[in-house]
Design a protein around this ligand. Structure first.
Ligand SMILES: *Cc1c(COP(=O)(O)O)cnc(C)c1O
Ligand SMILES: [Zn+2]
Length: 426
């Protein structure tokens, strides 16, 4: 699949950035350690292991004060991201609110709960804006003019919007039956949007072939090594917003398993850089019962994912064969955390509980996360002494069909005071 030179030749030192093009970090194989020049390739040509960027400038890390003086975006942590020069597109994504949620903490029975609210991420209201911002800079750095993705919805929104703004062509592939909000919220930006008959896993397989055939930058396939690093910024922001401190526990929804893996990596990098001290948080992962391959893997203690066929209304996290499932399970176990699945009926309750306790309207994946936290607290896996951060990764207005049937119908009245009075007295 790869046309890279063999690993024998060590990666060349990073070139100076071409005008308008960021210089990228080279890549290293997580399995065999082979090194490669920056390329739109996410898999090792020697051993088929996953590639990840190399960071080798620990002396050049910024101080807390230097970071705090920079603009409020993911790029304030740029030394911990895989660009070796300034970003050129998607400059203003990141730095979403970290919201104290005392009523939710009481419902959960933990000391403190905070919501990392990527439901208001700029520009497309999900945490996928972070990963796409990094991937599009990688695409520009590699000289690619066409980008794309295989998506369960939010990634489609983020790639379409950010590619439009960057002036890149975009080809977006999604399962046929996505929510209206996800389809409309992609098509409006004018990409080539293709609906595929099949599950996300079918779309993903197709896109692996598309990337090879047309030489495009598919952000979560051949640009995945760069893309995934964007998720670390959620960890960096949590620590900074807590006053350069780490929480006891963090819970996040899992689809391909990248976010949970990279949150854990991000916390460890902050510790390694001396920007925080203490212990890395316990990591908890949430999935829907109808698509819980990573929860199953954590429970079994095994080392290989058993793929499932997704059956859940939580479409944004319905990935039956998660690319980073093994790494997510390892991160969760290694941190002393756990994983929890919840039913579709429960996730609807979770959306309502979050809305009523925090004023935040999340999509299905957020409902999964809230109920998973409730279950984990109920079984003592989350502790009464915990300071817990819930990663709320997407916006409820994109999945209204999931929640609408559960809400009471609003009365319709004539514009007459006595009709209001009748409602007040009822
Ligand atoms: C994509 C997505 C996730 C998790 O994605 P990973 O593939 O596990 O990184 C979580 N929540 C929402 C809303 C998503 O769209
Ligand atoms: Zn390798």
């Amino acid at each position: 699949m790869s046309s890279l030179p063999a690993a024998a030749s060590p990666a060349a030192p990073a070139e100076a950035a071409l005008p308008g093009r960021p210089a990228l970090a080279p890549l290293v194989c997580r399995r065999c350690g082979a090194r490669f020049d920056p390329a739109p390739v996410a898999v090792c040509s020697e051993c088929v292991g996953p590639l990840e960027p190399v960071y080798e400038t620990p002396g050049a890390l910024p101080t807390r004060a230097e970071i705090e003086a920079r603009p409020r975006s993911i790029w304030r942590y740029r030394e911990l991201l895989p660009l070796r020069s300034e970003p050129v597109v998607s400059l203003d994504t990141g730095f979403t609110p970290l919201v104290d949620a005392p009523a939710l903490a009481r419902a959960l029975g933990v000391r403190r709960a905070l919501v990392k609210n990527d439901a208001v991420s700029h520009p497309t209201l999900s945490f996928k804006d972070r990963v796409v911002a990094v991937a599009l800079n990688a695409a520009v750095g590699l000289g690619l003019r066409t980008v794309g993705c295989a998506s369960t919805g939010n990634l489609a929104n983020a790639v379409a919007a950010q590619a439009a703004r960057a002036g890149l062509d975009a080809w977006i592939f999604v399962p046929e039956d996505l929510e209206v909000g996800k389809i409309v919220g992609t098509a409006v930006y004018g990409p080539r949007l293709v609906r595929v008959r099949g599950t996300y896993d079918d779309v993903n397989r197709l896109c692996a072939q598309v990337a090879d055939r047309f030489g495009w930058g598919l952000v979560n396939l051949n640009l995945r090594s760069y893309y995934g690093e964007g998720s670390k910024t959620m960890a960096f922001e949590i620590a900074e917003q807590l006053g350069w401190r780490l929480p006891d526990a963090v819970i996040a929804p899992m689809a391909g398993g990248s976010l949970v893996t990279k949150l854990d990596k991000g916390f460890h990098e902050l510790l390694g850089a001396g920007l925080v001290d203490g212990a890395s948080p316990r990591m908890y992962g949430a999935q829907a019962e109808g698509c819980a391959p990573i929860v199953n893997l954590v429970a079994s203690g095994g080392e290989t994912v058993t793929p499932v066929v997704p059956r859940t209304i939580a479409r944004s996290i319905a990935i039956g064969n998660p690319a980073d499932g093994v790494f997510a399970a390892r991160a969760i176990r290694g941190s002393g955390g756990d994983a929890q699945a919840v039913s579709d009926a429960e996730l609807v309750d979770g959306i309502r509980l979050l809305a009523r306790t925090t004023g935040i309207f999340t999509e299905t994946a957020g409902g999964v996360t809230v109920v998973a936290a409730l279950r984990l607290a109920g079984t003592g896996k989350l502790r009464p002494s915990d300071e817990l951060v819930l990663c709320i990764t997407g916006n409820g207005l994109k999945t209204v069909e999931a929640i609408q049937p559960a809400l009471p119908e609003a009365p319709v009245i004539s514009p007459k005071l006595r009709e209001v009075a009748a409602l007040v007295d009822a």
